[in-house]
Design a protein around this ligand. Structure first.
Ligand SMILES: Cc1cc2nc3c(=O)[nH]c(=O)nc-3n(C[C@H](O)[C@H](O)[C@H](O)COP(=O)(O)O)c2cc1C
Length: 188
């Protein structure tokens, strides 16, 4: 039996479609808690849905965010759709899926990347001092082996908040998995 799509999913998809072919429609801001307890945020590419309420991102296990999320998986995504004038905030826990744990899944995700998309996993450790003699490949073909440090970040969405600046007054809506995604209108 297929699980029903939460009510916010078609709304989010419609907002995304309004962006047309713009690559930035798939850019999300991922906020996490730094290892010193202070906030961290950065942009990642939305890679797809793994289930009706599970969203996937790809990253590098050597990066700081992965260290943060492995000690504290709570995260929030902020997703802006400028043409629709809507902001979505998706909150939940991130599960880290590594090649050591789920080789087939990671291999499948690795293969779905473009050659230029894959290349960054061939680069030296993120945030280490730059070594001008180090190699930074521009492409990695789909036959290149899956790197051990590839990782899938799977966000289990627990709360969604949408702000729609289109109408007057603005609309703010919250859905929570706890209330079976019952829609709660809020003051904007
Ligand atoms: C448009 C854009 C897309 C990006 N996509 C990703 C991505 O999908 N995965 C990723 O790990 N980093 C991505 N980055 C780089 C991150 O924003 C960040 O600089 C890097 O992952 C290091 O973050 P950290 O030090 O917080 O771990 C992207 C950056 C930009 C500007």
């Amino acid at each position: 039996m297929t699980e029903a799509l939460p009510p916010w999913r078609p709304l989010l998809r419609a907002a995304m479609q309004r962006e047309g072919r713009s690559v930035s429609a798939r850019w999300v801001q991922l906020a996490s808690t730094g290892r010193d307890g202070t906030p961290r945020v950065r942009t990642l590419v939305f890679r797809g849905w793994a289930g009706v309420d599970q969203l996937e991102l790809f990253s590098d296990q050597r990066s700081e965010k992965v260290k943060e999320l492995s000690s504290h998986g709570a995260a929030e995504l902020c997703w802006l759709f400028p043409k629709a004038r809507q902001q979505y905030r998706l909150r939940g826990m991130v599960q880290l899926i590594t090649p050591a744990e789920q080789a087939d899944l990671c291999q499948q995700r690795w293969q779905q990347l473009s050659d230029t998309g894959r290349a960054v996993w061939g680069w030296p450790t993120p945030a280490k001092p730059l070594d001008p003699s180090a190699a930074f490949p521009e492409h990695l073909s789909d036959t290149s082996p899956l790197p051990d440090h590839f990782v899938v970040l799977r966000l289990q969405v627990e709360t969604v908040e949408r702000l729609n600046l289109g109408p007057h007054p603005h609309q703010r809506t919250r859905w929570s998995a706890q209330t079976l995604w019952q829609e709660q209108p809020l003051n904007p």
